[in-house]
Ligand binder design. Structure first.
Ligand code: NOJ
Ligand code: CA
Length: 558
């Protein structure tokens, strides 16, 4: 088995805008991350991934980059960034940043030149992006090049009258897609990547990596995702970056590639691939959608939880990367609901179900990514007004729901259940005003439950969610669970989660009830020689009966 530093690390994802404000403008900043480094060390984290810190008009909270070489004034200065890297390194912590390569902001100087025929460098930059001529009907009506649909809803094409051309944007219209077939553009991005490597970053998370190549025949289709997702040629681009920049610098590269197949996964992140080291593919992340109904569809269509789907996905990815690469374990990120609200219960069984989710995941092999606030069981937002939401996606989707006949309340419920803003509310540090995140009203409302769910409180409770995370992360390290062998038991059981993992000195069995009803589950015969190690309830009523969301870890020395 190969040995790289990132196989034994514990990654923590910080959503910069919402982690800690230090200059009283209501926005999280780099100094805020520096301030909390000791907390992260205490928790057991040793790699930090920060969401985009670049200068940006913030249409998509920084995934719309205006200047790759500048730190957003919202977040601080380049000196703050350098301080973050050096302070992290002093603590033996690595720092990886988000690399947004699929698109820029429409306010990026490249796009400004590209879209303006009078700009002196128009010719040079026009081809950095993807343009198509309209077709006109006999009656002179302009039609879109294709009916492809953007990931945020609505068409992927935006018209530019000065050029009489459309540009492609698979996310918001303020995020035009870059043309990766243009070598000069690729070289410009590589120069930029090198510049950040030279500043000392330890790696990157590559945003939207499977979308870099498009089908340049532009066949008509709706939604047409297959024409801008996972096309074979995008591997050539990633391979180029990997061979020239990633591998020679011993970086940790985490690739975001939703929907990857086994073959693709090894192409991205097999040990002998140059592209990535870790892969985020999201297979287990929407195991509770229903068949589409009239007003919502896709991730917005909430359905019953399909636990076998989650277990099978975990088992599948462990298997894919066995021997040939390295697994990555995570519950969620900034694009999903909060995990305790999503797969647990954020009301009656809040703490118990949050701990259950932690037991279930953090005994599995691979490198874990903890999402900020997950360690205290932060929940979905509880917003009453549409204007409380901030995500650009929310507004296009709200319109879609209403157009399809949803009432305002029904649409709001979908947003509260599924929107990305659920996972972007200010970190709950304490029960002070604004949860100790900021002394002023933050850019996005603090969840009302901050007085009862916060770091300060949980730090002083031995059985809190936070202490459970700390214990589990320490256990992972002590037992080298990242390298463990895991076997799922009763994969098809709809409510029981049972997995066995072999660690350094013990074998562990996790058993959990993923439901809000009491579950009879005959676990006793499997426990010969095992001793109870951790529980998320005060006492066990009976070995073969699990109360709602009860979870236990047993272990046996070998
Ligand atoms: C994936 C990121 O995780 C998401 O937040 C962002 O909106 C899109 N890529 C576009 O950059
Ligand atoms: Ca700030």
């Amino acid at each position: 088995m190969k040995k790289y530093w990132w196989q034994d690390t514990i990654i923590y994802q910080v959503y910069l805008r919402s982690f800690q404000d230090t200059n009283a403008d209501g926005i999280g900043d780099l100094q805020g991350v520096i301030k909390r480094l000791d907390y992260l060390t205490w928790l057991g984290v040793d790699t930090l991934w920060i969401s985009p810190h670049y200068d940006s008009p913030m249409d998509d909270n920084g995934y719309d980059v205006r200047d790759f070489y500048k730190v957003s004034p919202d977040y601080g200065t380049l000196d703050d960034f350098k301080t973050l890297v050096s302070e992290a390194h002093k603590r033996n912590m690595k720092v990886i940043t988000d690399l947004v390569l699929n698109h820029t902001s429409d306010e990026h100087p490249w796009f400004k030149a590209a879209q303006d025929p009078t700009h002196p460098e128009h010719e040079h930059y026009h081809d950095f992006y993807i343009w198509q001529k309209p077709t006109y009907t006999k009656r002179g009506e302009r039609t879109l090049p294709t009916r492809w649909v953007s990931w945020f809803g609505g068409p992927v094409w935006e018209y530019n009258a000065a050029l009489d051309q459309y540009y492609l944007h698979i996310f918001s219209k303020k995020m035009p897609d870059l043309n990766w077939r243009n070598k000069t553009m690729r070289e410009a991005l590589k120069t930029m990547i090198k510049w950040w490597i030279d500043l000392g970053v330890d790696g990157f998370r590559v945003d939207a990596s499977n979308h870099l190549e498009k089908n340049w025949d532009f066949p008509d289709a709706k939604p047409g995702y297959e024409h801008f997702s996972s096309l074979p040629k995008h591997h050539e681009y990633l391979e180029e970056l990997g061979a020239e920049l990633f591998k020679p610098n011993n970086l940790l590269i985490i690739g975001e590639a939703g929907g990857a197949t086994k073959k693709e996964a090894l192409q991205y992140a097999g040990f002998d691939s140059n592209e990535f080291n870790l892969l985020i593919q999201f297979e287990h992340c929407w195991a509770d959608t229903d068949s589409d109904n009239t007003v919502t569809s896709g991730k917005w269509a909430t359905g019953p939880l399909n636990l076998p789907k989650i277990k099978k996905s975990f088992a599948h990815w462990i298997d894919v990367f066995k021997n040939n690469g390295w697994n990555t374990i995570y519950w969620a990120n900034h694009d999903m609901p909060r995990i305790v609200s999503h797969y647990g219960d954020d009301q009656r069984y809040h703490a118990r179900s949050a701990k259950m989710l932690a037991y279930a995941l953090y005994v599995l092999p691979g490198t874990p990514i903890v999402y900020y606030g997950e360690e205290i069981g932060m929940t979905n937002v509880d917003y009453e007004h549409l204007t409380d939401f901030r995500d650009v996606e929310v507004y296009t989707e709200y319109e879609n729901f209403i157009r399809r006949g949803a009432t305002h309340e029904r649409a709001m419920q979908a947003l509260r259940d599924r929107s990305r803003d659920n996972a972007r509310s200010p970190m709950q540090w304490s029960d002070e005003a604004y949860a100790g995140f900021s002394p002023v009203s933050p850019w996005m409302k603090v969840n009302k439950n901050a007085a009862s769910i916060n770091v300060n409180l949980q730090r002083h409770q031995d059985d809190s969610i936070l202490m459970t995370y700390k214990d589990l992360l320490a256990l992972r390290k002590a037992e080298a669970l990242a390298h463990g062998e895991a076997t799922f038991i009763d994969l098809d059981h709809p409510k029981a989660y049972c997995v066995k993992t072999v660690g350094k000195s013990h074998t562990y069995i996790v058993v959990a009830n993923f439901s809000d009803a009491t579950l009879d589950y005959p676990i006793e015969p499997k426990l010969k020689g095992y001793k109870l190690f951790m529980i998320n309830v005060s006492t066990i009523q009976s070995t073969n009966t699990l109360v709602p969301y009860e979870a236990r870890i047993y272990r046996k020395r070998h």
